[in-house]
Design a protein around this ligand. Structure first.
Ligand code: MG
Length: 391
C-alpha cells in the first residue's frame, strides 16, 4: 500500500484578529491530500491534513521537496498497510537527507505530510486516528473525555470592552469554562480592566488564562509579572521570545504562578532546551507544542519520552491548535487539555460538527482517521482539493 499522488495548496483565512504583536489578518494554512492505491467504494482512500494555524503555510516545501520524496518510494520502502505501517520509518523517509537545525523551515511541512499518512493508514484500518496512534505506541487507554478551553479575547481596532464581555458570555453559553484572553496589546492598566471584567464573568481565576504571544520586552514583561502575580490565573502564556530561554526563566522567577509556552518550538531539541534552560517547572507549568508544526505524531511520541526524562507528565502537555489533529492526539497520548477558537480561523479551527463542549469538556467521536469528514466546512475545502474523486 502506497501513496500515488499528493496535492497541496495554500488557503487564505479571512480574520480580523489582533494579538499583542499586531495583526493576524494574513493567516493561511496548507491543505494537503495524499491519495493511496487502496480503493474503497469506488474511490481511493485519501489521507487529508492541514498545516494548523499560527504559522506560515509550508506549501512550497511540500510541493518541491517532501511530496516528491514520498512519491519516489515503493511500498517495500514504506508500506501503509496498517499492520506493517512503521511511523518511525515514515518520518525517516520524509526527512531523508535533511540537515540538522533550522527546524522551523521544514518541521510544519513534514508534520503536515506525516499527519496525512496517519489519516490514510487509520482509514484503511477502519479506525479513528486516536485508536491507531494508541496501538502503535502501546498506549492501551484512550482518554475519551478531554478538558477543552477556549482561546479568544483578541484585540481589534474597533473592539470595545463591551464586545469582549459579549464574546466571553457566548463562550460560557457554548459550554466552555476556562477562557484564555490576549494580553500585552494595551497599557498594563487597560489590560487589567479587561481581565477584571472577564474574571467577574468566569467566576474564578483558575478559569482564566492569558496569552502575550511573545510580544513583551524586558520592561513590560516585568510589569506584567508584578501586576498579575496576585491574580492566581490558570496560566500566563508566552511571556518571552520563544528562543529567549533566559527571559522565560526570569519571568517565571518573578511571576511565580503557572506559565505555558512551546507553541513556537519546532523540534524535540528546541523543546528540550526550553525545559533545560527556560525555568519551566514540571507539575506546575505547561508545554504547548503544535503537533504538525513539530514534525507530527511520531515526533510527538519521542517528545513525550524526552520530557518524561525531565520529570514531565502528559497532564502538563496542552497541544496547540484547536483542531481534530490535536484532539485525536489528546485521546491517544492522554494530554491534559486541548484548546478551541470558535471565532478565529474559520473552517480551519474547531472540531467535528456534532461535538459539543459540556462543562468545559469535549468527548471523542467515532470517526475514521482524524475525522475531518465529520467537520463539514473543513471537509468541503478538502474535497475541493481532489474534486475528481468527489464528483
Ligand atoms: Mg498562544
Amino acid at each position: 500500500v502506497k501513496i500515488v499522488s499528493v496535492r497541496a495548496k495554500t488557503c487564505r483565512i479571512e480574520t480580523q484578529l489582533y494579538n499583542a504583536r499586531g495583526s493576524r489578518t494574513q493567516s493561511a494554512v496548507t491543505l494537503l491530500a495524499a491519495v493511496t492505491d487502496v480503493v474503497r467504494s469506488g474511490r481511493p482512500v485519501i489521507g487529508f491534513s492541514f498545516s494548523g494555524t499560527g504559522f506560515l503555510p509550508p506549501t512550497a516545501q511540500l510541493q518541491d521537496r517532501f511530496s516528491p520524496r514520498i512519491l519516489a518510494l515503493g511500498d517495500r520502502e514504506l508500506d501503509l498497510e496498517p499492520a506493517a505501517f512503521d511511523p518511525a520509518a515514515a518520518l525517516a523517509a520524509i526527512t531523508k537527507g535533511e540537515k540538522f537545525g533550522g527546524d522551523a523551515e521544514r518541521s510544519t511541512a513534514v508534520g503536515t505530510l506525516e499527519v496525512a499518512i496517519w489519516d490514510a493508514v487509520a482509514k484503511i484500518a477502519g479506525l479513528p486516528a486516536y485508536q491507531l496512534i494508541a496501538q502503535k505506541y502501546g498506549r492501551d487507554e484512550i482518554k475519551h473525555k478531554i478538558e477543552c478551553y477556549v482561546g479568544g479575547g483578541w484585540y481589534g481596532p474597533k473592539k470595545t470592552t463591551a464586545d469582549l464581555h459579549d464574546e466571553v458570555a457566548r463562550y460560557l453559553e457554548l459550554g466552555y469554562r476556562t477562557v484564555k484572553v490576549k494580553v500585552g496589546g494595551l497599557p498594563v492598566k487597560d489590560d487589567l480592566a479587561r481581565l477584571d471584567m472577564v474574571l467577574s464573568q468566569v467566576g474564578d481565576p483558575s478559569r482564566l488564562a492569558v496569552d502575550a504571544n511573545s510580544a513583551l520586552g524586558p520592561d513590560r514583561r516585568s510589569a506584567y509579572a508584578q501586576a498579575l502575580k496576585g491574580y492566581n490565573l490558570r496560566w500566563f502564556e508566552e511571556p518571552a521570545h520563544p528562543n529567549d530561554y533566559q527571559a522565560n526563566a526570569d519571568f517565571i522567577a518573578e511571576y511565580g504562578n503557572p506559565v505555558a509556552t512551546g507553541e513556537n518550538q519546532f523540534s524535540l531539541e528546541e523543546l528540550r532546551n526550553l525545559v533545560r534552560y527556560g525555568g519551566m517547572r514540571p507539575g506546575k507549568d505547561l508545554l504547548q507544542w503544535d503537533i504538525p508544526h513539530c514534525y507530527g505524531v511520531e515526533m510527538t511520541s519521542r517528545i513525550i519520552a524526552m520530557l518524561a526524562d525531565y520529570g514531565w507528565s502528559v497532564d502538563s502537555m496542552f497541544p496547540h491548535g484547536g483542531n481534530q489533529i490535536a484532539l485525536n492526539a489528546c485521546g491517544a497520548f492522554g494530554f491534559g487539555a486541548c484548546e478551541a477558537y470558535p471565532d478565529a480561523f474559520g473552517a480551519f479551527s474547531g472540531y467535528a460538527d456534532n461535538l459539543k463542549v459540556q462543562e468545559g469538556f469535549i468527548s471523542l467521536g467515532d470517526w475514521e482517521g482524524f475525522g475531518f469528514e465529520a467537520q463539514s466546512e473543513l471537509f468541503a475545502e478538502m474535497k475541493a482539493l481532489v474534486p475528481e474523486y468527489y464528483s
